[in-house]
Design a protein. Structure first.
Lengths: 463, 463
């Protein structure tokens, strides 16, 4: 206790007293993530405002051998930001300056606490655009997106976070500050450490700023909603459209459960019996978008869509997309505990994945609601359960386990964009060969020899 | 000698006698790369045909502590494939099977010996397209592209090799075979080892096959050639076009020296006095390409182009691009030794980079010819010299050194797409912080504890 008192005094000296939280009412706010499925309270929360402060905190933590768990807004969904061994939570939200938007070179450098939505608003004023769009974008920080290698609907056309990462500033355990990468797309100067850090879930170093590649804002966007009687029919439509050579910016799918919730909450006049809705966004040159929209509508009809509705204007388009996002909220509003999975399979196996999951759900009598990035094979089966009901929760975990096995059997992966974190670490062995897991652990050892940074994540303890 | 005899016998057992070369006339063919600037003869060349053979070779080499240098077609330009410590050259060109083209999922899995051009020909038959296009594509292997993280003209719109890498099979020093990644774009399962291997210049493991993301072949392509009186005027045109929100697939620049060589070799009727020519390719939906071509022509004229010529048809377009490639050959044909650099700067600093290099060239009285990927800031200043003239070569090396410093001072990097290899290893310290170089070395140690794989590359020996 006395030891921690002196540590807290040291931390206060580094970041000032307003940057250190120790009251239990404060600490509890940093004990969970976007799912509330795991809880662990830190001993202290530190909110730095500069890289130098981060370096000093890391040095103190290293000398005193205190675990450090880095986080942004905590919107993550696999437990990555939970301080399972207590110690320091290093919350980066006060490092929220946009350092540079270089419109001439289509790059930006930002501190990691910048909220993704705020970043895109600033870019829009200069007619620029940063595509990766995890659906937590209203709150998620750029640092969280970097640490988790975030995806989102735009991945179909634009790829994911790692495809836009050019450079970063990091602080190593021990406090050394390093600048990695640069601001050019082409850069082959030694191993690409920025891409090793991207998606490392805060286990290797603290990222303090990133330099990102930007795109010009597309001239036009068109949203199209298509309604289907069956999930497999919707899958057939996606296949036809992809094979035609079109690359929509987004292809999203929502299922019947969500359609009905949307109609309860904010009616769009969707047929409540529809098994699946596809939402497309096409973007780019106006003439191309016009041609391509016509083509998407035609192909959906050919694939037996019950109804196809192009959004009349930007407002209606925004309503459609708001409904998609509301669907996710509806899931949490309707269940005490949600296991939000993100298995990903080759696109043409998605219908098979969905129908297998429906069978698993029925067999264990556990509801599974499905939202999917149909364009890239990334499905979010949301398992509705209640942690307080041990028996039900056990069945839900069984469902999750079978969903992972199904995805792997279909040539897919256990996580497309949420990361392994706490939730999937016991399944890592199914998804990665032992030799590869050994390499991960050895690389961790290189960066963090004392094992202080975000301990207990990605792989299970032991040999 | 006796030791090597038994080693060669062991290698013959693994790959068969036809897969082992030991005659000095054979070995010399594996002693240099695309530049012929460095020479080192291996003790033996091994040509495996399966991953299992590679594993057995690596195990033998590990047990006997023999250096192994992996190579494909040897079209690389920074010395990466030179066996500076002798030992085994592991030549992957016989592992040249296209294992799978999955058109439904826009992925392909290929052995590393597949030649890039052959791969794209196979893809074209299924209306598919793999964008990374190093200008050695007629001979370069996919494995070389992976190890060097190759770029090319298409980087402007489509990015580089790492943006298309989904999975790989590797063999570690010691002989362990590992499968990494998968075949989905979204995959966050532990640290991304595939991206650590990509661009590692054959120093960490032997890549035996890769799984790549593909795109549908664009509906239309249009090439436009624009002629300028001055390099800075051409730079201004590139800036206007990029700021207009257009994203051409390629924006290439060639200088006056090359224009004159082209007119000597295969006249296109280019004005010999022109200081710079820009070559654009626009691709995608026909309507969009038509609109965008009009816009590029208009913007070039506004930016004071002397002449703007859209290619009449595919044949004329191919002639323009063949001239661009011939330019590169002309450089080698006109000089005993060429230092082919590939510094890269933020796009809007390219004109400044070029004019500074012109000054450096004049000051040292060493000719420097320039071909550039003007759309992404990647410039190829080709320094014309003669290794046999020690005094001239010394000045040429001085020019190279000043070019690197200039690129770094302009916020750029010393290598955009050729890699560090042998040529730039003494400059790595200028481009990367000491702490980052330590991390590279420690990662190397994790993969290759005996330091047998492609020794002597990327960084200089010593602490």
């Amino acid at each position: 206790m006395n030891r921690f008192k002196s540590i807290i005094a040291g931390l206060s000296e580094i970041v000032g007293p307003s940057g250190v939280l120790t009251e239990s009412t404060d600490l509890v706010a940093y004990s969970y993530d976007g799912t509330s499925n795991w809880h662990a309270t830190p001993d202290v929360v530190v909110l730095p405002t500069t890289t130098e402060q981060v370096a000093a905190v890391m040095q103190l933590a290293y000398d005193q051998e205190i675990p450090v768990t880095v986080r942004g807004a905590g919107t993550n969904l696999s437990g990555g930001s939970i301080p399972v061994e207590g110690g320091i939570v290093l919350c980066m939200t006060r490092m929220d300056r946009i350092l540079d938007i270089d419109a001439a070179n289509f790059t930006a450098t930002v501190e990691v606490g910048v909220v993704l939505n705020k970043f895109n608003q600033a870019l829009a004023r200069q007619n620029l655009f940063f595509p990766p769009d995890p659906q937590s974008f209203l709150a998620a920080t750029i640092g969280g997106c970097a640490a988790e290698n975030s995806g989102g609907p735009y991945a179909v056309k634009y790829g994911i976070f790692k495809h836009y990462l050019l450079g970063m500033q990091i602080v190593l355990p021990g406090g050394r500050i390093l600048n990695l990468g640069g601001k050019t797309v082409k850069n082959v100067t030694g191993y690409d450490l920025t891409l090793l850090l991207c998606g490392s879930e805060g286990t290797l170093a603290v990222i303090t700023s990133v330099t990102l590649r930007l795109l010009p804002r597309p001239e036009t966007r068109q949203t199209i909603l298509a309604i289907f009687d069956e999930v497999t029919t919707a899958g057939g439509a996606v296949h036809r459209i992809r094979q035609s050579g079109l690359i929509p910016a987004k292809i999203e799918m929502i299922d019947n459960w969500i359609i009905r919730r949307i109609e309860e909450m904010s009616p769009l006049g969707l047929p409540r019996a529809a098994e699946a809705i596809l939402l497309f966004e096409l973007d780019g040159n106006s003439a191309a978008v016009e041609n391509e929209s016509r083509e998407v509508i035609r192909l959906c009809r050919e694939a037996d869509a019950v109804d196809v509705r192009p959004a009349k204007d930007a407002e209606e388009a925004e309503n459609f997309w708001a409904a998609r996002r509301a669907g996710f909220s509806a899931i949490w509003g309707n269940s005490p505990t949600v296991l939000a999975e993100d298995v990903t399979v080759p696109t043409d196996r998605m219908a098979e994945l969905i129908s297998t999951i429906q069978t698993i759900s029925r067999r264990h009598d556990v509801p599974v609601v499905m939202i999917g990035h149909a364009g890239d094979g990334n499905l979010h089966p949301c398992i509705l359960t209640d942690k307080k009901n041990a028996e039900h929760f056990h069945r839900a975990e069984q469902v999750a386990s079978e969903i992972f096995s199904t995805a792997l059997a279909l040539g897919g992966v256990i996580s497309g964009e949420h990361g392994i974190g706490l939730e999937k670490k016991k399944f890592l062995k199914l998804a990665m060969e032992p030799g590869a897991i050994e390499l991960l652990k050895s690389i961790k050892q290189v960066f963090d020899p004392k094992g202080l940074l975000n301990p207990g994540k990605i792989w299970e303890a032991g040999p």
